[in-house]
Design a protein around this ligand. Structure first.
Ligand code: SF4
Length: 302
């Protein structure tokens, strides 16, 4: 099946809305045919093996198939700030970032544009894109659709957000999140395996699972770690993020309308070691500062 046919009866993500995006119909995410991007720049605040000394060539896509009440990027994910671009323009954006010397091309929240990105990545590679491609997603993805990225994506960086059905539905309006995300992550691992680094410690290939610890949900975080431990080799890399800060609609939920207590974050890190996980990243204090949220300004797009 042609990539674009997936958009005619949209089954790009597990919501399977069935709308014809090529004719301008909108499903849950609100995306149509064209890709919308908000910023493309050398990002310095990703994990050290991704940002390195020259930055990660990060492209932020607008729109999302989740509706996280606490989304720090809500201006683009929910309010659709950004500019529509064609596949050719996107290829130019990738190649310009590479020419600036970034370590990789880092596609942030790309899921709803997977068919178009398959086409754009093939073209970019034909035109000389050599740096690793990082797929930085929320993991609510279909394994069958992810299979189309095999050989085009080098590093998968999914954010495995919840184990429990209740918090996923409450805070992100998503049914069956864990079941879908777990299958998606196993498909990602099948494609790229454990991380491989170059002589300077930069990632060339492999899976790193991110997890953002939410206030009051440390037991859910532990279940996420249990899944990783029981389903993947113990050498798998996990990036435990403690950068939560209440924003967007977090005020509607008093229990998450507060910063993440340091003790809750530390307890999850301790659990990581207790169950025998070995490799990963944790964040230093201060990573929850608003200054780490990019300023969405169409940099690198126009
Ligand atoms: S990508 Fe958007 S329209 Fe397509 S199935 Fe997912 S939420 Fe629905």
């Amino acid at each position: 099946m042609e990539e674009r046919e997936l958009l005619e009866d949209c089954r790009v993500c597990p919501r399977r809305c069935g709308v014809n995006r090529l004719k301008g119909e909108m499903g849950f995410c609100g995306a149509r045919d064209r890709i919308v991007v908000a910023k493309a720049f050398a990002h310095r605040w990703e994990e050290p093996c991704i940002s390195g000394s020259r930055g990660s060539g990060t492209v932020f896509f607008s729109g999302c198939n989740l509706k996280c009440a606490f989304c720090q990027n809500y201006r683009i994910s929910q309010e659709w700030f950004g500019k529509a671009v064609g596949e050719e323009e996107l290829v130019e954006i990738f190649l310009k970032l590479q020419a600036r010397g970034v370590h990789n091309i880092n596609l942030v929240t790309p899921t709803i544009y997977t068919p178009q990105l398959v086409v754009a990545l093939k073209k970019a590679k034909d035109r000389g894109l050599k740096v690793p491609v990082v797929w930085n997603s929320n993991a609510y993805e279909s394994p069958e659709v992810l299979k189309r990225l095999e050989g085009l994506v080098d590093v998968y960086l999914p954010d495995l957000k919840y184990f429990g059905e209740a918090p996923a539905r409450k805070y992100s309006r998503v049914p069956g999140y864990f079941e879908c995300a777990a299958k998606a992550i196993l498909e990602m691992y099948r494609q790229v395996g454990e991380p491989v680094f170059d002589e300077k410690g930069m990632i060339k290939r492999g899976l790193i699972i991110r997890h953002l610890v939410l206030p009051g949900l440390k037991e859910d975080s532990k279940k996420v770690l249990d899944f990783i431990k029981s389903s993947l080799p113990s050498g798998v890399y996990v990036s435990l993020m403690g950068q939560y800060m209440p924003c967007y609609r977090a005020g509607e939920f008093p229990e998450i309308n507060r910063p993440l207590p340091k003790e809750e974050y530390e307890e999850v890190i301790e659990y990581f070691f207790e169950i025998g996980l070995e490799n990963g990243f944790a964040q230093e204090e201060g990573a929850d500062s608003p200054e780490y949220v990019p300023n969405f300004d169409l940099e690198g797009i126009i």
